[in-house]
Design a protein. Structure first.
Length: 205
């Protein structure tokens, strides 16, 4: 949580956008921030080297009441190179319509922009991202998207930026900022085509 004096210096429109994004993330996951007094939460950890398998496991867990929580990609002690996702369930909360999840995975960041916006047009919203090396040796950028059947239709617009130069990324971020885009995802990793790349996901509604 930023210090109070820093919050006062934050321009009101920007602070409102950040608050809206935080509230939206809680809406997408279906579970508000909790503390110890809220009761027991149950977790499930999913891990696989195949992104297609992960999407299936995500949706199976969602039908059991679990919601997306965190994502990472890396090398585990026993599983090798894996995508690992934690999911959380509040047993005390009433049953809701299970969200649907999509994993977008590609070694070409140039193709991810279209896939990202196509998902958004179908009612999916961005949740998280990572970069990992697959079991077959490829290096993929992985995005998790969620569709809430109970939510009103979204008009979200997404933009993906990818570059190997931080100075270029700053310039592109500022250009997107002039158009009202908010940075929601930021990853550094080595992709098969682009080499060491900064990958940024921006959103506006």
């Amino acid at each position: 949580m930023p210090a109070t004096h820093n919050i006062r210096r934050t321009p009101a429109p920007l602070f409102q956008k950040l608050a809206l994004a935080a509230a939206g993330l809680a809406l997408f996951t279906g579970i508000p921030p909790a503390n110890a007094a809220d009761g027991t939460l149950e977790y499930r950890v999913l891990a696989t080297s195949r992104t297609s398998t992960m999407e299936k496991e995500l949706n199976n867990a969602a039908r059991s009441g679990y919601r997306f929580n965190k994502l990472m990609g890396g090398k585990t002690a026993f599983g090798g190179r894996e995508v690992v996702i934690s999911m959380v369930r509040d047993p005390a909360s009433p049953d809701k319509s299970a969200p649907r999840y999509k994993l977008l995975a590609t070694t070409r960041t140039s193709t991810m922009q279209k896939e990202l916006q196509d998902c958004a047009d179908a009612g999916y919203e961005y949740l998280d991202q990572t970069v990992f090396e697959t079991a077959f040796g490829g290096k993929e950028v992985v995005l998790v998207m969620q569709q809430d059947p109970a939510a009103p239709p979204s008009k979200s617009i997404y933009r993906l930026l990818a570059t190997s130069r931080t100075s270029t990324m700053e310039k592109e971020l500022n250009e997107a900022g002039k158009d009202g885009f908010l940075l929601v995802g930021f990853t550094l990793g080595k992709t098969e085509i682009g080499g060491e790349e900064l990958v940024s996901i921006l959103w506006k509604n």
